[in-house]
Design a protein around this ligand. Structure first.
Ligand SMILES: Cc1ncc(C[n+]2csc(CCO)c2C)c(N)n1
Length: 225
C-alpha cells in the first residue's frame, strides 16, 4: 500500500469532520456569513504568503531537478492562481491589496504556519512535503465534495471558491504533492514514516482549527493599540 493511502485512512475521520463544520456547510448551502468569509480570506492571504515560502524551501532542499521544478511550480501556482482568487474576492469587498497583505495573523494562523515552517527548516525534503501535503490535499477533498452539491457552483459569491478548489488545476497540485510524498517515503524506516504521519495528522488538526478560527472570527484575546 502507498504511504499516502495508509495516511489517508488515519486522517479520514478528521477530514470528514471538515464537511460537518458550520463554515464548510455554510459554503455548501450558500448561507455562510460574509464577515466570516472575509475573515477567512484575510487570514488565508497571509497564510498563503508563508505557504509559498514553504514551497520555496522545498525547491531549495530538492534532491533533483524534477523535484525542484515541481516545488517551484507550486510556489508560482500559490502566488498567482490561488492568491489571485483571494485578490479578486478582496476587490469585491473593497479590501485593498495592501490591507490584505497587512492582515494581522490570528493565533491559529501563527501557530499553523510556524509549525510548518519550523519542521521545514529543521529537516530534509521529507519534512517539507509532509508539512505541505494536508493543505493541498484537504482543500481538493473539500472542493470536490462541495462540488457534488447541486447548484453550488452557481452561487454568486461562493461558487467561484468551489470552482477553484474543485478544478483540474487544483487536482493536479494535489496529485503532484501526493506523488512527492510517496517518492520521499520510499525506503524510509517505520519509525521515520510514523514521524512523517504524525506531521500529517497534526496539520489535519490545524486545518480544522483554521476553519474554527474563521467561523469564530478569532483574533488575539486582549485587544491592544
Ligand atoms: C488554511 C489553508 N489550507 C490549505 C489551503 C489550500 N492550499 C494552500 S497552497 C495550495 C496549493 C497551491 O496553491 C492549496 C490548495 C489554503 N488556501 N488555506
Amino acid at each position: 500500500m502507498k504511504f499516502t493511502d495508509s495516511v489517508f485512512k488515519r486522517v479520514e475521520p478528521i477530514w470528514e469532520s471538515y464537511m460537518k463544520h458550520p463554515f464548510i456547510q455554510g459554503l455548501g448551502d450558500g448561507t455562510l456569513d460574509e464577515e466570516k468569509f472575509k475573515h477567512w480570506l484575510k487570514q488565508d492571504y497571509v497564510y498563503l504568503i508563508e505557504y509559498a515560502r514553504l514551497f520555496s524551501i522545498g525547491a531549495a532542499k530538492s534532491t533533483d531537478l524534477k523535484m525542484m521544478t515541481t516545488y517551484a511550480d507550486l510556489a508560482n501556482g500559490t502566488l498567482h492562481t490561488e492568491m489571485d482568487l483571494h485578490r479578486s474576492y478582496a476587490k469585491q469587498f473593497n479590501i485593498s491589496e495592501e490591507e490584505l497583505e497587512q492582515t494581522e495573523p490570528a493565533q491559529t494562523t501563527v501557530a499553523y504556519t510556524s509549525y510548518m515552517l519550523n519542521l521545514a527548516q529543521q529537516g530534509g525534503i521529507e519534512n517539507v512535503i509532509a508539512a505541505i501535503l494536508t493543505c493541498t490535499w484537504s482543500y481538493s477533498y473539500i472542493g470536490l465534495k462541495l462540488a457534488e452539491i447541486e447548484g453550488v457552483k452557481d452561487h454568486p459569491l461562493y461558487g467561484e471558491w468551489v470552482n477553484m478548489y474543485a478544478s483540474e488545476e487544483f487536482s493536479t497540485f494535489k496529485e503532484d504533492c501526493i506523488q512527492l510524498m510517496d517518492t520521499v517515503a520510499e525506503g524510509k524506516t517505520e519509525e521515520e514514516l510514523n514521524r512523517l504521519e504524525d506531521i500529517i495528522v497534526k496539520t489535519s488538526y490545524y486545518e480544522y482549527m483554521f476553519w474554527e478560527m474563521a467561523e469564530n472570527l478569532e483574533t488575539w484575546p486582549v485587544p491592544v493599540k
